[in-house]
Design a binder for this molecule. Structure first.
Ligand code: NAD
Length: 493
């Protein structure tokens, strides 16, 4: 039996003991995860520095804080999320108990990416624990230092049978994918996402695929270009552009092109004190393979500024590209690096057309002072998310379900959405063995009269809540009428 097979078997057996059902147990495990993050912060930050050149503060801001917030939210709201959810009643269910009860799915496989090796591996784990599942974690082998720290220290904090870490690369991931899981939560590229889904289909396992793609950013000429470029530059250069929701390319009218370039240049100076190469806040490209791929994407474009690089250090400076068309090499794949191509369009309609000709993006950004224009873009395009007048920040709002559509992914998560995604939302209907006469219309022999009753019942499904509201309204109206009439009656008498 392979290591992966044994891990899944062990997790499943432990899950079957029912240990994860009580909410107290889940909260205890979530608190232990909190301790892990607090006590091992040094190891986490060192690993991120080595893997991606992330500074301590960037690691805290973009990797740790978001997991801490998710843990806090899950611990405080778990009882509410896990409680039965009553559903609307109707004529059929008037006398019944009808509700949705979230229950654990079983064993969840979480496959993580290298660009945010902590937050994007631990956020699904928080949801898996909260929902009462066992979980197998497969961190990315590419961020190898982070992966080692996860494997070495996480088991010291969590239940070792229920939550296991399998370190390794593609062969280990493939071996894991041969096993039967109750859900697979994958974050990574679209190409591998297809393989994951194919493997999952063999066991009819549901999947959440958090994938990538090219997220467009439209800048309307009717907006504060300075502020827009500040927000775009910040978002683009977090983690050296290796962010799935980074703005991939800019669309704008020719009249604002030069201003956009100048404003971005200004922001880079402001953020990185004249030198991204020596700034602690500017990261590095994960490995040589990615370095070569990103450098190759500049082919055929005009460098408006930037373009400097140092292969030995994995450094690529912020680079803005002009004279880019839909056919340019840089537009054929997700950039996932600090290159920002600008494509000129003559109107918002042309921008919308350009966006709609391509795969649906993970997120679509639009900068404008014109609310009508923003609503037009929302109405005429599709994407996992749309953010107007800012970038990336929607990921921080766990009230918003995060995920893609089409080639940018399927399934949603964050906060309660992860809990729901990794739960079986079981429909429960509890009837009484009474009032059997009401059921006669459904039993054979099926007569015309019974059918006519059934039709009336089915087609005039009365909304009980509405009925209740109507009764309540009638009572309030009578009370109001009475109160108004009392002084008048007194005057008469
Ligand atoms: P990747 O697909 O190469 O790797 C992700 C994981 O898949 C790793 O754990 C890896 O071991 C595993 N894997 C790789 N090849 C495999 C195979 N043949 N079979 C089974 N498993 C395999 O992705 P990546 O390079 O780590 O991440 C970059 C991509 O992820 C980008 O496209 C980015 O947009 C996307 N991404 C998306 C999100 C999101 O939330 N939507 C977040 C981060 C990254």
């Amino acid at each position: 039996m392979s290591r992966e097979q044994l891990a899944v078997q062990r997790a499943r057996r432990s899950f079957q003991t029912g240990r994860t059902r009580p909410l107290d147990f889940r909260i205890q495990q979530l608190r232990r995860l909190q301790s892990f993050i607090k006590e091992r912060q040094r190891n986490i930050k060192d690993a991120l520095q080595t893997d991606l050149g992330k500074s301590e503060r960037a690691s805290e801001l973009y990797e740790i804080l978001v997991v801490e917030a998710e843990l806090h939210l899950s611990i405080t709201r778990l009882a509410e999320w896990a409680a039965p959810r009553p559903v609307e009643k109707n004529l059929f269910t008037l006398l019944d108990e009808v509700y949705v009860k979230p229950e654990p799915l079983g064993v969840v496989l979480i496959i993580g990416p290298w660009n945010y090796p902590w937050s994007l591996t631990l956020l699904p784990l928080v949801g898996a624990i909260a929902a009462g599942n066992a979980a197998i974690l497969k961190p990315s082998e590419i961020s190898s230092n982070s992966s080692k720290v996860i494997e070495e220290f996480l088991p010291l904090y969590l239940d070792q049978d229920l939550y296991q870490v399998v370190e390794g690369g593609v062969p280990e991931a493939q071996e894991l994918l041969k096993q039967r899981f109750d859900h697979i939560f994958y974050t990574g590229s679209t190409a591998v996402g297809k393989l994951v889904m194919e493997a999952a289909a063999r066991h009819l396992t549901p999947v959440t695929l958090e994938l990538g793609g090219k997220s467009p950013c439209y800048i309307d000429k009717n907006c504060d270009v300075g502020i827009a470029c500040r927000r775009i530059t910040w978002a683009k250069l977090i983690n050296c552009g290796q962010t799935c929701i980074a703005p991939d390319f800019i669309l704008c009218e020719p009249s604002v092109l030069n201003r956009v370039v100048e404003e971005i240049k200004k922001c880079i100076k402001e953020f990185y004190a004249d030198s991204t190469k020596t700034s602690d806040d500017y990261g590095r490209i994960i490995n040589q393979r990615q370095f070569k791929r990103i450098m190759g994407l500049m082919e055929g474009c005009t460098i408006a500024f930037g373009g400097d690089a140092d292969e030995a250090q994995g450094y690529i400076g912020p680079t803005v590209l002009k004279n880019v068309t839909g056919e340019s090499k840089v537009m054929q794949e997700e950039i996932f690096g600090p290159l920002l191509p600008i494509i000129t369009v003559n109107s918002v309609d042309e921008a919308i057309h350009f966006i709609n000709e391509r795969e649906k993006p993970l997120v679509l950004y639009v900068f404008s002072n014109d609310n009508k224009l923003i609503k037009k873009v929302i109405a005429e395009t599709s994407s996992g998310a749309l953010v107007a007048n800012d970038c990336v920040v929607h990921f921080l709002d766990s009230a918003l379900p995060f995920g893609g559509v089409g080639h940018s992914g399927m399934g949603r998560y964050r906060g309660r959405h992860t809990f729901d995604q990794l739960s079986n939302l079981r429909s429960c209907m509890i009837k009484q063995l009474r009032m059997e006469g009401l059921n006669s219309m459904r039993y054979p022999p099926h007569t015309a009269k019974k059918l006519s009753w059934a039709r009336r019942f089915v087609l005039s499904r009365l909304n009980v809540q509405r009925l209740r509201n109507m009764v309540m309204f009638a009572m309030l109206a009578s009370l109001a009428a009475f109160v108004v009439q009392v002084p008048a009656l007194k005057r008469i008498s």
